[in-house]
Design a protein around this ligand. Structure first.
Ligand code: SAM
Length: 292
């Protein structure tokens, strides 16, 4: 087997050889611990027939492990300077496609359809750039890609918000948006010492398993998300006050919200963080006719 990229010695040698300097603005914190990398890949449950999508391959630390344990890897890298480095570090592995694009601007759905034709099981596995964690996860989910799930490293604090359940201080519109599409769990807490350079925040790995159908069925998805965001606009306010201040103005607005809350069997004095996703679904369907 080829020597691992993700050791402190080899990573340093690669970076020095290419005169590479980290760009903090691109969230460049590279992994230098093969044990952690292997555990991340374990959580993706790949087989030799699987496809893997990676966001931000860096110098190829995770890419290499994915290439060894799947059929094909497609990786999106925004930083042009990393392309010749990846060409060299991943030279031993033919089953890869590195795409020089900002993943947020890429037509990921078409690329997945083209690159993974004939591959049934596709997972996203990534050590995400922390400055854009949430937009990347939401884009991958909203694009409704034909993937089994996402296993990714991110800030521990964001992982906690994503996986939080009602009643928890971290529960909010991000928890609901992600759990609407997936089953979310935190599978690892990762120390800062396995990165170079070390990030300022603690890290975690989450696994998001895409649901066959969304967790709840609603009249209008966009409106459901508007209602959930509105309900958490000010965490200390009641659901009635948040909805009244956030939903578009109308003469009977407060009465309409009160009627809808009563229809959904939700006390107006409750706070958004106590409502289950199912309750938000019933509430947004009750509000829908008044605000659409
Ligand atoms: N996968 C490597 C590892 O684990 O060592 C590097 C991970 S590093 C946290 C994040 C990577 O994402 C960097 O290589 C960075 O250049 C890249 N990146 C940042 N923003 C991106 C974007 N919008 N689209 C694609 N790649 C991006």
């Amino acid at each position: 087997m080829n020597k691992d990229i993700a050791t402190p010695v080899r990573t340093k040698a690669i970076l020095e050889k290419h005169g590479f300097s980290f760009k903090k603005s691109l969230g460049q914190n590279f992994l230098i611990d093969t044990n952690i990398l292997n555990r991340i890949v374990d959580h993706a449950n790949l087989t030799e027939e699987s496809g893997a999508i990676e966001i931000g391959p860096g110098i190829g630390a995770l890419t290499e492990q994915l290439l060894r344990r799947s059929k094909k890897v497609v990786a999106f890298e925004i930083d042009q300077r990393l392309l010749p480095i990846l060409e060299e570090t991943l030279a031993p592995y033919p089953n890869k496609k590195i795409i020089h694009q900002d993943v947020l601007k890429a037509d990921v759905a078409s690329i997945v359809a083209e690159e993974f034709a004939g591959i049934e099981d596709v997972m996203v596995v990534a050590n995400l750039p922390y400055y854009v964690t949430t937009p990347i996860i939401m884009k991958l989910l909203e694009d409704k890609l034909p993937i089994r799930g996402i296993v990714c490293m991110l800030q521990k604090e964001v992982a906690e918000r994503i996986a939080a359940k009602p009643g928890n201080k971290d529960y909010g519109s991000l928890s609901i948006a992600v759990q609407y599409y997936t089953e979310a769990e935190t599978v690892m807490i990762v120390p800062k010492t396995v990165f170079v350079p070390q990030p300022n925040v603690d890290s975690a790995v989450i696994r998001l398993t895409v649901r066959e159908t969304p967790r709840v069925s609603v009249k209008d998805e966009a409106f459901f998300f508007t209602v959930t965001r509105a309900s958490f606009a000010q965490r200390r306010k009641t659901i009635l006050n948040n909805l009244t201040s956030q939903l578009p103005s109308g003469k009977e607005k407060k009465e309409q919200i009160l009627t809808s809350l009563s229809e959904a069997n939700i006390e107006p004095t409750r706070r958004g963080e106590t409502l289950s996703i199912e309750e938000f679904a019933v509430l947004s369907d009750a509000l829908y006719p008044y605000f659409n």
